[in-house]
Design a protein around this ligand. Structure first.
Ligand code: ADP
Length: 361
């Protein structure tokens, strides 16, 4: 059991560097939470405050209802995996994993059985005698996780654990971490700047910027209903298309002159925005390239570039002077010389107040 409560946590370094600002969150037992955001947004600082490696400036952190602000890291029953693995180079894999239990004076037999159990789970049985330098990057990462797992901690903290691995191994280890979480049934807090890792691993994602939580939600909630332009922009590959426009009675007049009809659902919310400026967020899969239509008001598009990523293609379009990206899985033939029409699925678009950046639909 490990529920974690952050009660208005802030961290101020020195005189006035506010690394984390009024962070409020309840993490449920067994939940996989991912803190994501650009470099310097306060993710690691938040994690380190949970671990007890960083003092909390104001607010309280509770683990299972107990305030841990002044509790020594060792007493928190937490294990942390860092991006540089922090293995002891002179010790074997076995000794690295056994070290924590040895320090805690566990009986030799018990240590041996635990090391072997964990090695089996992580498929490290055949390398137990090797030194870290004789391992691949993925194996080293697994030893670091094994060392954390061996004590069966209440909470796992991971700070960019995969960022030193190459792309292929990163995907493989991502799957291993997801399986590990299923198997261990423990609360995980995972820090990354990589939104794909966040989307694929998290039960809930916490998007941060400048020390402030921007949104908390499931990957689908964050992707489909971003609370502000920052979140819309940060999450999703390719990046969301953002086009400014002005609200009229029955459509949004986009900056390129295109009249984007407003869905029934959005109509009510937009009443208050009549004649005001908004920013429309359209995901690439909501834009479909179709054969040219003869409709008077349609703006024709020209292909600027095609990015082939295998199963699908990202098509960069000149949409009346605004560049947009459309996700292409099939349908019309792609040709740089042809002019196309666009079909925009207006039921799933996001509309933001241009001034505040906050969602209004
Ligand atoms: P992230 O993990 O999201 O990259 P950090 O939590 O490491 O961000 O840092 C958040 C902010 O706090 C940054 O502006 C960083 O420069 C600052 N910071 C981090 N550690 C210290 C420190 N020990 N002293 C002063 N400023 C720090």
């Amino acid at each position: 059991m490990a529920e974690i409560n952050f009660e208005s946590i802030s961290k101020i370094y020195g005189e006035n560097i506010k690394a984390v600002d009024d962070f409020k969150l309840t993490i449920k037992d067994k939940e996989f939470i991912v803190l994501v955001g650009p470099s310097g947004c306060g993710k690691s600082t938040t994690l380190r405050m949970v671990a007890g490696l960083e003092e909390i400036s104001t607010g309280k952190i509770l683990i299972d209802g107990k305030v841990v602000n002044n509790m020594h890291p060792k007493e928190r029953d937490i294990a942390m995996v860092f991006q540089n693995y922090a293995l002891y180079p002179h010790m074997s894999v076995y000794e690295n994993m056994a070290f924590g239990l040895k320090m805690r004076k566990f009986p030799k037999k018990e240590i041996d059985s635990k090391v072997k159990d964990v090695a089996k789970i992580l498929e490290l049985e055949s390398v137990l005698k090797r030194k870290p330098r004789e391992l691949s990057g993925g194996q080293r990462q697994r030893v670091a996780m094994g060392r954390a797992m061996i004590r069966s901690p209440k909470v796992f903290l991971m700070d960019e654990p995969l960022s030193n691995l190459d792309a292929k191994l990163r995907v493989q280890m991502r799957v291993e971490i997801a399986n590990l979480h299923k198997r261990l049934q423990t609360t995980f807090i995972y820090v990354t700047h990589d939104q794909v890792e966040a989307m694929t691993l998290a039960d809930r994602i916490v998007v941060m910027n400048n020390g402030i939580i921007q949104q908390v939600g499931t990957p689908n909630e964050i992707y489909e209903s971003p609370r502000n332009i920052f979140v819309a922009n940060f999450i999703g590959t390719p990046q969301i298309n953002l086009i400014n426009g002005r609200v009229t009675n029955s459509y949004i007049l986009l900056e390129n002159g295109y009249q984007l009809p407003v869905s029934e659902e959005s109509r009510k919310e937009l009443e208050a925005y009549l004649n005001k400026e908004v920013t429309v967020g359209i995901r690439s899969e909501q834009i479909e390239l179709i054969d040219k239509t003869d409709k008077d008001d349609s703006i024709l598009c020209k292909i600027n570039m095609i990015e082939n990523v295998g199963f699908e293609k990202y098509v960069y379009l000149d949409f009346g002077g605004v560049e947009v990206i459309s996700r292409h899985i099939g349908g019309v033939k792609l040709d740089y010389k042809i002019l196309y029409s666009l079909k925009i699925d207006n039921t799933k678009i996001s509309i933001f107040d241009k001034e505040t950046g906050y969602s209004i639909s």
